[in-house]
Design a binder for this molecule. Structure first.
Ligand SMILES: [Zn+2]
Ligand SMILES: [Zn+2]
Length: 135
């Protein structure tokens, strides 16, 4: 649906990977997605799943969570602009629109002489469920 608007091609495979991520509702590792895909298409090969993830990332539908090497659906599919991801140990991910904060960061980084090349920010957090569990 979102991809139609962007004129991008959402092949059945890409669609399936996206829907698996949506169903999971949290950050999911590529090999977990591959296992799920294999339940549907036993011949699913790792490169096809990785390529689908690359594509979904490139059009902004999916974020890669580097700190835990997993993938999560963007929370702001229609207009994600430099979100900040808050990642819980259980894989729950929240995302906040941090457009203003991003500009401040870029300025501050520029004042150090560095140029930001990868602007996705990840913070560690505890989701509400995990806060309750930790009590
Ligand atoms: Zn996003
Ligand atoms: Zn949690």
């Amino acid at each position: 649906m979102y991809c139609q608007k962007r004129g991008e091609l959402l092949t059945p495979l890409r669609q399936k990977v996206l829907s698996l991520l949506l169903q999971s509702g949290r950050a999911t590792k590529a090999y977990t997605l591959l296992d799920e895909m294999r339940k549907i298409h036993s011949g699913s090969a790792p490169p096809t799943v990785y390529r689908a993830l690359d594509f979904l990332q490139s059009v902004g539908l999916v974020h890669r969570i580097e700190s835990i090497n997993a993938f999560a659906v963007c929370h702001n599919l229609t207009h994600c602009r430099q979100g900040i991801l808050i990642v819980c140990q259980c894989g729950a991910v929240a995302e906040i629109d941090a457009w203003g904060i991003h500009h401040v960061l870029v300025d501050k980084i520029a004042s150090t002489g560095f140029t930001l090349i990868q602007g996705e920010l990840e913070l560690k957090g505890l989701c509400a469920e995990c806060v309750i569990k930790s009590l």
